[in-house]
Design a binder for this molecule. Structure first.
Ligand code: GDP
Length: 551
């Protein structure tokens, strides 16, 4: 058993998928096998543990990026028998919520891309895949639904290569497909495993000779992919000593290749039947990075904007990034944090440079599937939840008082749709406005403005479904029945674009650039001094002379 430090035993991962590929089912099975859920509920039957919020359950889609902590001891491979902490960030699959995907991609270190093996790559998987490329996220692929009629392993692998321009490297070959799917060949060890029908437990079985030729061809392909990233494998390969290549060498090469994003190990299974999930968990630990495998996170000092880095080290000054706010009826606002360096303790005073506030760290906890675990401190690499941080918004950095840093802020796409909203009764108007302020603080892709001409509240967001959900949440969480107008394409888009361009110019040419990087909303400024902008850092005014072309 290898000796590893605490941080080397962390895996912060996302599960990304096209809607309906089985992400929720897989997540639930993972939580089952990692021992954190006692009884598994059927997906869409209102008992999915990852989907916290009411309308997620009703709609059967996953909107929030809740982080759940689980533990896994690999059954095979270099880390066999060592417990690893796997933090699962629930990345949303619906295209309207790409904003949420962006946010969780920012804080995860690796991802499992789930595909429906009967469909291969679907349009939406392409979107999410390219987002993950942009964020440099190492991935492994899981071809789910191998039990479904029409499941086709080779077609799915081919579509990953063709449509995603990736280098998929199968590490397994399914035994049977559709209703005959019964197990896998482990191509590293050239051993066959059968999945128990009831429990999904894998057990070794006789090698299916009918699959030998196909398995050997795929193993050769695996060795070739490993030879591209590992000198030892390469040497043995060119010398024709294939039989001398060890399992350990292949494991090491696959890990290195995945971390360098040169290859994508491919596994398969049927999450619904619990088949292949344990082997996937082994692969998560074996191939996806620990926080310590990644480059230091970059940020800037708040005043002078000097670049600084923070590495995943408990001894460095603390810095943590807020990637999600949620509201919980029982405990109020829950702030989800990724700790990048140092140690955060309850009672500690930290700085939130963007809001120019000091905060006292209240309660800290890990969210498990079925319980919340309160802790006194969290460390570099951890993903946790914090309560009682009132002045904090998504995208903020919390850092040591003596070592202020702002981690690069998230950029959010412009809203694409807008609608007018009003409470059904006058008495509820204030309640609605308060609710909207809260919801907008949680979700930076939601904008709430007052139309200067009509005085109406205008909501803008990423799509109709996004805004529908906001209206739903007003009703379920704030008890406000709201009336909405016809959705319109977000107004003043061209003006906003123009301001953004000019403002960027202002920044580059040394204008009042201390404010913002993204202009999110514009309108006439008070006293005609320029244009008001509201962004994710400050509210401010760009003096008129800096924006000459707009009126
Ligand atoms: P999500 O939208 O990606 O979260 O997908 P879900 O987990 O909600 O699954 C979508 C549908 O596929 C549900 O009806 C699941 O029961 C079904 N499903 C999930 N995994 C499997 C599987 O391994 N085999 C089969 N046949 N169906 C599955």
């Amino acid at each position: 058993m290898s000796r590893t430090t605490r941080i080397e035993r962390y895996r912060n991962i996302g599960i990304m998928a096209h809607i309906d590929a089985g992400k929720t089912t897989l997540t639930e099975r993972i939580l089952f096998f990692t021992g954190r859920i006692r009884a598994m509920g059927e997906v869409h039957a209102g008992s999915t543990e990852m989907d916290w919020m009411v309308q997620e359950k009703q709609r059967g889609i996953t909107i929030t990026s809740a982080a759940t902590t689980a533990f896994w001891k690999p059954m095979r491979g270099p880390f066999v028998g060592t417990a690893h902490r796997i933090n699962i960030l629930d990345t949303p699959g619906h295209v309207d919520f790409t904003i949420e995907v962006e946010r969780s991609l920012r804080v995860l270190d690796g991802a499992v891309a789930v595909f429906d093996a009967s469909q291969g790559v679907e349009p939406q998987s392409e979107t999410v895949w390219h987002q993950a490329n942009r964020h440099g996220v190492p991935r492994i692929a899981f071809l789910n639904k191998m039990d479904k009629v029409g499941a086709d392993f080779a077609m799915s692998v081919h579509s990953i290569r063709q449509r995603l321009d990736a280098n998929p490297v199968p590490v397994q070959l399914p035994i049977g497909a559709g209703p005959e799917f019964s197990g896998v060949v482990d191509l590293l060890r050239m051993k066959a495993f059968h999945f128990d029908e009831a429990s999904g437990e894998p057990s070794e079985r006789e090698f299916p000779e009918a699959l030998r030729a196909e398995a050997e061809a795929l193993r050769l392909r695996l060795i070739e992919a490993c030879a591209e990233v590992d000198g030892t494998v390469l040497r043995k390969y060119v010398e024709g000593r294939l039989a001398d290549i060890t399992e350990e060498e292949l494991e090491r090469a696959l890990r290195a290749g995945t971390l360098q994003r040169q290859l994508v190990p491919v596994l398969c299974g049927a999450a619904f039947k619990k088949k292949g999930v344990q082997m996937l968990l082994d692969a998560v630990v074996n191939y996806l990075p620990a926080p310590s495998d990644l480059p230091a996170v970059e940020g800037v000092t708040p005043d002078t904007e000097v670049q600084v880095t923070r590495s995943a080290n408990e001894e460095e000054p603390v810095c943590a990034f807020v990637f999600k706010l949620m509201h919980d009826k029982a405990v109020g606002s829950i702030v989800f944090l990724r700790v990048y360096s140092g140690t955060l303790r309850t009672g500690m005073a930290v700085l939130n440079p963007r809001q120019q506030r000091r905060e006292r760290v209240g309660r800290l906890m890990f969210m498990h599937a079925n319980k919340r675990e309160e802790v006194d401190e969290v460390h570099a690499g951890d993903i946790c939840a914090a309560l009682n941080l009132r002045g904090v918004r998504t995208g903020d950095t919390l850092c040591a008082l003596e070592a202020p840093v702002v981690l690069e802020s998230l950029r959010f796409p412009e809203p694409v749709i807008q609608l007018a909203i009003e409470a059904r009764s006058r008495g509820e108007q204030q309640k609605m406005e308060d609710g909207l302020v809260r919801l907008a603080a949680e979700d930076p892709s939601l904008r709430v403005v007052v139309d200067p001409e009509t005085g109406q509240q205008l909501l803008s967001g990423m799509g109709e479904l996004h805004l529908e959900i906001v209206v739903d949440r007003l009703r379920t969480e704030y008890g406000v029945e709201a009336r909405v107008g016809q959705p319109k394409v977000a107004y003043r888009e061209s003006l906003r674009q123009k301001v953004r361009q000019d403002y960027r110019h202002v920044r580059q040419t040394g204008g009042p650039g201390q404010y913002a990087h993204v202009v999110m909303e514009v309108g006439p400024a008070p006293r005609g001094s320029g244009l008001v902008f509201v962004d994710d850092t400050h509210n401010g005014v760009i003096p008129k002379e800096f924006i000459p072309a707009i009126e």
